[in-house]
Design a protein around this ligand. Sequence first.
Ligand code: PMP
Length: 378
Amino acid sequence: MKKDGANSSRGPAAPAHIAALTPYQPGKPIEEVERELGLRDSIKLASNENPLGPSKLALQALERTLGNLHRYPDGGAVALTDRLARSHSVDPCQVILGNGSNEIIELIARTFVDPNGEVVMSADGFLIYHLVTQAAGARSVRVPPQGYCHDLDAMAAAINDSTRVVFIASPNNPTGTIIDRQTWKRFLAQVPPEILVVVDHAYIEYVDDAEHPDPLEDLGAYPDKHPGVVVLRTFSKIFGLAGLRVGYGVGGAEVIGAMARVRQPFNVNLPAQAAALAALDDSDHIERSCALARAGRARYRVACERLGLKFVESHANFVLVEVGRGAEVTEALLHRGVIVRPMDVYGMPDKIRITFGTEEEDERCLAALEAVLLERES
Ligand code: PMP
């Protein structure tokens, strides 16, 4: 075939809905920031990671796998899947593992969302929901939040015949807010059974509020009651294994089975499977991580009140703070070796999101923030 046509030099073009995608911008690695700015001893409080690092039990388990790296991992991740199923009192066929819970979010879109479909989410919900919807050629219905909370009643009202999936994050990233049991029950009662309801619990281990609903409890006891509910969890946050990429979904057997047909074999690597399994046993690490986030919430509450800064009451390991020009404050903090996240992409240019660190890191961040804000005033 002749290849010298006017268009051939441009090569293949992605369809319009892919060309229109704005890729997710993750927090920059410390090494990259330090190289760019000539800094040392920076602290990264930009990706909601665990400042305590991984659990020692996880590291030991990971090391034991290193001699076997020439082998493929267990494609069904049986040991980890069985362990998770047992701890949530569900059948193993109700559990699916992913390369981070991001992969499960993407699998959900690839499995259940067609180009004519709609996906309902909160306008300030985790951005990946919007991205996977766009990538599927479908339409995001971004429902305005109430205050900084998901407006579940409005989200239920936004469901129509084209709706395929509803995404709910609790705690939500970047707001740190949660849904409550009563609103959740009212929401569920309004949702038709053919709609997939995804409850993203990436930060659930940090929640202290007894009124926070956990549909996983119901899934175990009444597996057929809400066959369209899928709960997502991750090893990236409290378990401190973000670099290994392990997350999972728990839901009705049919929904999970459909996703399993789309999933790539070996999507969770060998060291990741072993480390995640061991991390589940490290209750001391989990408790210390929780305590640190609780202390962080208290520390930032006191400091923000002292500095006269508005903030959103958080139930997770990070806090959204109103600082004026968020991107400029982020840049000024960067030059002081403190990496936080500007919120422009979430339509909140006056805010930054700060992940809680160790006590020392929190104090350093707060001192830098105070100095930057003083500098801007003068
Ligand atoms: N859901 C929420 C709400 C998140 O904040 C994140 C991480 N930023 C994820 C899911 C994805 O986490 P991972 O892919 O690391 O499991």
